[in-house]
Design a protein around this ligand. Structure first.
Ligand code: ADP
Ligand code: MG
Length: 292
C-alpha cells in the first residue's frame, strides 16, 4: 500500500478506537487466517468475583477467607484481586504474611500466623502433596458452571475450595462470529483448567481451545500454528501473553490490559471490545483494495 493509503487506514481505524502502531500490521491484518484469543480479560471481563466457598473441614468460613485473602494480597493476579475484594467487602481484616511466593501458572504460597498457606490449581496441590480425595468432583462441577475453582490448603491439608466467576464480555460472542464469518479459525488459549475452559469456549461460540497452557507455552502455540502455514493473529491482555503477542504475525492488545501486553502488540483495541479485531481487518482490506 502507498504511504498515503496506510495513513488514511490508520486514521480510519483510530476513529473506531483501534490504534495501529505500524503500517505493516495494518497490511498484515487482512491476511490473518487464525486468531488466538486469550480467555481471562480478553474474551471475559477479567474482573472475577468469588461465587462459592466450599469448606473441607469444620472451620469458620470467615477465618478461611481471612487467611486466603491475606495470602492473595501479595499477588497481582485478577484471581487474587477477587479474593481480596471478597474479604474487604465482608470487613475482614488482612493479616501480615511472610515468605510470599508466586508460582506462575499454578498459584501462590506464604506463611501467616505461623501457618503455611497454599492457594492455586490442582497441579499446585499435586506438586505439594496435598490430598484432594473427595473434593475433585466438587471442583469439576463448579468448573462446568464456567467458574474457576481454586484449592486452599493450610499446613499441608485442604481447607477449602474457593471458586470465582468471570463473565464473558457482552459483545464477545458477536465479535467472534464476525471473525468466523471472515473465514478465520478462532482458537482460545488459557492457563485455566480444562472444564472451565470448555464451558467458556462453548458459551463464546469457539470450538477449538487449549487449556492449562503455561505462560511460556502460549508463544509456542503461535509458532506451531505458523509452522502449519497459518497467518496468526494473537489477542491478549496479560503479562503472560506478551511473548505470544510479539511473535504473532499481528499482535492485538486489549487497551485496558497490562502495559507489557500493549508494548508487545502491534495494535491496541482501546475500547476493550473484540469487535476491534474485525474492524481492524475491514480497514486493512479497504487499505489494500485502494492500492490496486
Ligand atoms: P490465565 O491464562 O487464565 O491468566 P494463569 O497462567 O495466570 O492463567 O493461571 C493459571 C491458573 O493458575 C489459574 O487458573 C489458577 O488456577 C492458578 N493461579 C494463578 N495465579 C493464582 C493466584 N494468585 N491465586 C490462585 N490461583 C492462581
Ligand atoms: Mg488474560
Amino acid at each position: 500500500a502507498t504511504p498515503m493509503s496506510v495513513m488514511v487506514g490508520v486514521g480510519k481505524a483510530a476513529e473506531a478506537g483501534v490504534l495501529i502502531r505500524n503500517g505493516e500490521a495494518l497490511q498484515n491484518a487482512s491476511k490473518i487466517t487464525a486468531m488466538i484469543l486469550d480467555k481471562t480479560g480478553t474474551i471475559t471481563e477479567g474482573a472475577p468475583k468469588v461465587t462459592d466457598i466450599v469448606l473441607a473441614k469444620a472451620t469458620d468460613e470467615k477465618d478461611v477467607l481471612q487467611l486466603a485473602a491475606s495470602l492473595e494480597s501479595g499477588s497481582e493476579h485478577p484471581l487474587a484481586q477477587a479474593i481480596v475484594e471478597s474479604a474487604l467487602d465482608k470487613d475482614i481484616e488482612l493479616l501480615k504474611i511472610e515468605a510470599f511466593n508466586a508460582i506462575t501458572g499454578f498459584g501462590v504460597e506464604a506463611n501467616c500466623n505461623n501457618k503455611a498457606l497454599l492457594f492455586g490449581n490442582d497441579k499446585l496441590m499435586k506438586l505439594k502433596g496435598i490430598d484432594l480425595t473427595g473434593f475433585v468432583g466438587k471442583a469439576q462441577s463448579l468448573a462446568k458452571e464456567a467458574k474457576t475453582p481454586m484449592y486452599f490448603a493450610v499446613d499441608g491439608e485442604l481447607a477449602a475450595i474457593i471458586a470465582v466467576a468471570d463473565p464473558i464480555k457482552s459483545d464477545s460472542i458477536s465479535a467472534i462470529q464476525r471473525l468466523q464469518a471472515n473465514g478465520i479459525r478462532v482458537i482460545m488459549l488459557t492457563g485455566d483448567n480444562k472444564e472451565t475452559a470448555a464451558t467458556v469456549a462453548k458459551k463464546a461460540g469457539i470450538s477449538e481451545f487449549f487449556a492449562e497452557v503455561l505462560p511460556e507455552d502460549k508463544a509456542n502455540k503461535v509458532k506451531e500454528l505458523q509452522g502449519s502455514g497459518e497467518i496468526v493473529g494473537m489477542t491478549g491482555d496479560g503479562i503472560n501473553d506478551a511473548p505470544a503477542l510479539a511473535l504473532a504475525d499481528v499482535g492485538f492488545a486489549i487497551g485496558t490490559g497490562t502495559d507489557v501486553a500493549i508494548e508487545s502488540a502491534d495494535i491496541t483495541l482501546m475500547r476493550g471490545s473484540l469487535h476491534g479485531l474485525a474492524d481492524a481487518i475491514a480497514v486493512s482490506k479497504a487499505t489494500l483494495r485502494n492500492i490496486k
